[in-house]
Design a protein around this ligand. Structure first.
Ligand SMILES: Nc1ncnc2c1ncn2[C@@H]1O[C@H](COP(=O)(O)OP(=O)(O)OP(=O)(O)O)[C@@H](O)[C@H]1O
Ligand SMILES: [Mg+2]
Length: 357
């Protein structure tokens, strides 16, 4: 397995797409997450050596593999790749598909057979070696693609939306399988997805990208609970956001969001007069039929309520903002029901909005 270091990477297709630094530890599982067109695939293809970089460097293990003047070809990078399209050969058997990449290595037949069988066992396809590849379900074909990548015992595994063609149930199950497999193999892995839940399940750290740049790098819990931008707060999970101005900094920060409402947050480090976005996750709102007396409490009525099984997804107006709340367990409160809602100060995350739109 290899460490992967990306330094000041720039890939230009007319308008600049730039990714600054990512330092991926040996054995780490990294997800590149972001909306369509943000540059995830481009970054991955640069790491694979399928694109030349316009500037910056990529180092794998202790080798410089990409720079403005250097480009080690993909087959010399010791990488395994799995894409959205399975790209397996339908006229070959499962075992032949998996063995294909080993052909160039000059291994003895028996060693090839052993490695193919080990790879097939790892992906749960041990009994399928002699089956024609076209006689497999989509999920099984994707496992063949995975086996074909890991049989090479690569230093780095690269994935580009590998589960996108699978149905929702299988896709959800495969996330956990992939994570477990990667933990067992210990192979450094970089995984592109636009699905935030997939990224959070799979990755040790998530690289959140927006418009060709890194917005934030961190563990899934950090990205969720401490977003650094409004974009991040809204892209990962749901967010209630109040825009306001700092009017006090004692015992936390006080933020005026309208003529008659000042919110309290325990966050510090802001200056009076600064514009901020105050962010609260839906599950952190307190909702009650009884009067709530603490700071950031509002008396309001339910504007909409949807039963989703384990939760009720409820909206209400408070301080001129539509708040979205997820009640768990769901309560049988219909539209128009009078309630109290509180934004707990310790759950109100402040983000500087001075440069935000
Ligand atoms: N070969 C190319 N020529 C010109 N522009 C390109 C090329 N490949 C990608 N781009 C542009 O680079 C930007 C990033 O594309 P990229 O494929 O990396 O996005 P992505 O994050 O993988 O999106 P998606 O989630 O839709 O796959 C886009 O604006 C895209 O149009
Ligand atoms: Mg892509």
């Amino acid at each position: 397995m290899s460490r992967v270091v990306i330094r000041n990477l720039v890939k230009r297709y007319g308008p600049v797409a730039a990714v600054s630094d990512i330092d991926i530890a040996e054995g780490e599982f990294i997800a590149l997450l972001g909306p369509s067109g943000c540059g995830k695939t481009t970054t991955l293809r640069c790491i694979a050596g399928l694109e030349e970089v316009s500037d910056g460097e990529i180092i794998m293990g202790d080798r410089l593999v990409s720079s403005k003047t250097e480009s080690v070809p993909p087959e010399k990078r010791e990488i395994g790749m799995v894409f959205q399209s399975y790209a397996i050969w339908p006229h070959m058997t499962v075992a032949e598909n998996v063995a294909f990449g080993l052909g160039m290595k000059g291994l003895a037949k028996s060693e090839v057979a052993d490695r193919v069988q080990t790879a097939l066992s790892l992906v749960g396809l041990a009994p399928y070696g002699s089956r024609g590849a076209s006689q497999l379900s989509g999920g099984q074909q994707q496992r063949v693609a995975l086996a074909r990548a890991i049989v090479l015992e690569p230093g780095v595994l690269l994935f580009d939306e590998p589960l996108s063609n699978l149905d929702a149930k299988l896709r959800e199950k495969m996330r956990f399988e992939l994570r477990e497999l990667q933990t067992r193999l210990g192979t450094t892995s970089i995984y592109v997805t636009h699905d935030q839940q997939e990224a959070m399940v799979i990755a040790d750290r998530v690289v959140l990208m927006n418009e060709g740049r890194i917005d934030q790098i961190g563990a899934p819990t950090a990205l969720y609970s401490r977003p650094v931008s409004r974009f991040g707060a809204e892209f990962i999970g749901l967010a209630n956001i109040f825009r306001g101005q700092v009017v006090g900094t004692e015992g936390g920060t006080q933020v005026r969001i309208s003529d008659d409402v000042v919110l309290h947050s325990l966050d510090c480090g802001f200056a009076i007069g600064q514009s901020v976005d105050a962010v609260c996750r839906p599950e952190n709102l307190l909702v009650s039929l009884q009067v709530l007396h603490g700071p950031n409490s509002f008396h309001t009525t339910i504007a909409s309520s949807y039963f989703l099984g384990n939760i009720a997804d409820v909206t209400m107006q408070a301080a001129g903002v539509e708040l979205r709340c997820q009640l768990s367990p769901p309560r049988p409160w219909g539209v128009g029901k009078e309630i109290w809602v509180q934004v707990p100060p310790e759950c109100l995350v402040l983000l500087s909005a001075d440069n935000a739109g």
